[in-house]
Each structure stands twice: as C-alpha cells, then as structure tokens.
Design a protein around this ligand. Structure first.
Ligand code: NAD
Ligand code: IPM
Ligand code: MN
Length: 350
C-alpha cells in the first residue's frame, strides 16, 4: 500500500509536486510515494483524465496530493474527457466532501499582498467549501440547439439536507478548536438551495453547536467583506461554487494564489485529497518559476490530517515561515527564485 499518491497533472503541476517530493523525502524517508498520470497528461497517454487504476490507487493510499490540471490545449476536448472532469471525478470517487482552504498571511508576507498591511497582517481564516455537490454535479446539465438558432445551456444546483449538514458539522468542529465562530455564506435571498442551506445550518447549530457563534451572510456581501475586513472571519462554510470563487479572493490576501493549500476530507478513515488551490498556470508553465509553497503547504496539511504526523507538520510550517523570513521569494511574491530554489530554501530551513 502506498502512503502518498502524487498526481502531478499538467502545466506547473509537475514543477510544484517535484518540490513536495524533495520535502517529503527529507521529512519522512520511509514514506512510500507512488505517482500516476492524471488530468490532461493522463488523457494524452490513456485517453481519459482519470483512469480506473488511478482512482483505485487513490482510494487505497493514505493521502493523495494533486498538483494542477488543465490547459488551453484541452479547450476543445469533450467536457467529460477534459482534465477538470478528471478532478471532479476524483473528488466524487474519493468522497471528499469537505474542502478546507486556509487563508493565512505569513508575517514576512504582510507587505506582499495588493491589500494594505493592516488589512492582512495576522490573518488566519478558513474557508470550508462543500466539494462533491451543488452546481458542479447537479443534473440535468446539457447544451442544446434551439430550433430558431442559437443554443440553450443548463446547469443545475442541487443540495440535500445530509449534504449540507455533514459539511456544516466539519465547520463547527473546526471552529471549536479555533476562535469559535462560523460564518455561513449562501444566497438565501434568491435561491431555494440557499434557503435550505440556511435552514439546515441553523438547525444543526441549535441542536448541537449552540456554544459556537454562528452568523449568516449573503455570498456577494461575503466577497466584499473578505476584501474589506477579512480578519472578522474565523471559519466560513459555503457551497461548491461560492467556495471556489471566495477562496481565490482570499488567496490574494496571503500575497499570492501560489500560497494557498487545501485539504479535501471525507468520512473518517478514508484518504484525504490535498491540492494547492491554484491551477496549471499556462502563462508561466515550463519556466520553472512557479511558487511551490501552496503544494508544500498542502503536504503539510496531509501530514496533519491523513498521515498522523502533526509534529512534522508543525516543523514544516515553521520551515516555510523561516524560508520566507530569510527573504526567499518566487516572482509571484516579488522575488526572483526558481521553484527549485524555493524548495532549497525550505529544505535548508528544515
Ligand atoms: P491559474 O490558477 O492556473 O492561474 C491564475 C494566475 O495565477 C496566473 O497568472 C498564474 O500564473 C498565477 N499562478 C497560479 N499558481 C501560481 C503559482 N504556484 N506560482 C505563481 N503564480 C501562480 O488559473 P487559470 O489561469 O484561470 O486556469 C488555468 C487552467 O488551470 C485552467 O485549465 C483551469 O481549469 C485550471 N485550474 C485547475 C485547478 C486545479 O487543478 N485545482 C485550479 C484552478 C484552475
Ligand atoms: C479549484 C479549481 C477547480 C474547481 C477546477 C479546476 C475544476 O478551480 O480547485 O479551485 O473549480 O473546483
Ligand atoms: Mn478554483
């Protein structure tokens, strides 16, 4: 059995996961690491972005770490064969319904964000994104030709009580170990799924988590508040699509999209899926200058949540902080280091 399955994927994916491999080998030499093609790379080799073997290997591993998928060369591939469809299939196949996306501003990066230092300094907020439901998976979905010309495209947002309740539970549990506050973001003013979301979260809170402060916010206002005053938030729970958008906004508070890791968790005892939240970055792919820290910090989350080594996670986190303190910066953070040199800086700090 493999401890860690690496899925480098496309674009900068292999460039950032190469640095994870070096860090993992130094931290736990006995960790068994396997690697499989995934996304566009898998489509090119095997005709599918997610093969049955890759999914089976993922489900049997202790943790899976994915780099990134996608790229302009796959723009005309049918939707179910696209790299992104492989990622959705992996998330659904592994049953990882709760996606933890921490927006943390490292002290040495307080001036790296496009926002003012006082807005982001000391920031530590966690988005819990529902990951296996909502408009990403609802049916029907299709595009059809209209008789009079033109087309009609349909996507469907669907949520059930158990789907909302299980992800809200993750958010409340996390908040208890943090600053004890949950903000639930939806559009209950216009969407029935938003109304149900608010009802289920409110009900669960009343029954089991009355000790946690709960506030509801409309998702558009949440986007504005994240940029205006992000430190008001502790844990924010939201649906699949809003969570995707709000976490990219939150990433920029930390200095760069290349800083934000994530952990996707399912039922206890099942492997977690760890991914930087950024994409394949076609504009810089192949140049060796991608920031590997989001991927390295995703491994930090794997140590904590799937590999049973919170002690090593803390060591790795401190090493990233020291590397940044020493001035290590890839171009996205205003520096000139390559991905490998940033890897060197983390290894040196370890
Ligand atoms: P992107 O995240 O790939 O890039 C957005 C911007 O951020 C680009 O300017 C890029 O250079 C920069 N950036 C991203 N990661 C970086 C890093 N580690 N270091 C330095 N700069 C970084 O988003 P996009 O351009 O909208 O999407 C490109 C492709 O990636 C699309 O095919 C999309 O579907 C896919 N995508 C995949 C994932 C994933 O695999 N989890 C996530 C988002 C987008
Ligand atoms: C992310 C990405 C993915 C998403 C895409 C590539 C399917 O944007 O992980 O944030 O939308 O979930
Ligand atoms: Mn995204």
């Amino acid at each position: 059995m493999t401890d860690l399955l690496l899925l480098p994927g496309d674009g900068i994916g292999p460039e950032v996961t190469a640095q994870v491999r070096r860090v993992a080998a130094k931290l736990i030499p006995e960790l068994t690491i396997d690697e499989r093609p995934f996304g566009g790379t898998s489509f090119d080799q095997l005709g599918t972005p997610l093969s049955d073997e890759t999914l089976a290997t993922a489900k049997a591993a202790k943790a899976v770490l994915m780099g990134a998928v996608g790229g302009p060369q796959y723009a005309n591939v049918p939707r179910d064969k696209r790299p992104e469809a492989g990622l959705l299939g992996l998330r659904a196949g592994m049953g990882v319904f709760a996606n933890l996306r921490p927006a943390l501003c490292f002290q040495p990066l307080a001036d790296a964000s496009t926002l003012k230092r006082e807005v982001v300094e000391g920031l530590d907020f966690m988005i819990v994104r529902e990951l296996t439901g909502g408009i990403y998976f609802g049916s029907p979905r299709f595009i059809e030709e209209l008789p009079g010309g033109g087309k009609r495209a349909v996507d469907t947002q669907v949520y059930t009580t158990p789907e909302i309740e299980r992800v809200a539970r993750v958010a409340f549990e996390l908040a208890r170990g943090r600053r004890n506050k949950v903000t639930s973001a939806e559009k209950s003013n216009v969407m029935d799924s938003g109304l149900l979301w608010r009802e289920v979260v409110t009900d669960l809170h009343r029954r089991e988590y009355a000790d946690v402060a709960l506030e509801h916010i409309l998702a558009d206002n949440a986007a504005m508040q994240i940029v205006k005053n992000p430190k008001q938030f502790d844990v924010m729970v939201t649906d699949n699509l809003f969570g995707d958008i709000l976490s990219d906004a939150a990433a920029q508070l930390t200095g760069s999209l290349g800083m934000l890791p994530s952990a996707a968790l399912g039922l206890p005892g099942t492997p977690g899926l760890y991914e930087p939240i950024h994409g394949s970055a076609p504009d810089i792919a192949g140049k060796g200058i991608a920031n590997p820290l989001a991927a390295i910090l995703s491994f930090e989350m794997a140590l904590r949540w799937s590999l049973g080594r919170p002690d090593l996670a803390a060591r790795l986190y401190a090493a990233v902080e020291r590397a940044l303190e020493s001035g290590a910066r890839t171009p996205d953070l205003g520096g000139a280091l390559t991905s490998e040199q940033m890897g060197d800086a983390v290894l040196a700090a370890l």
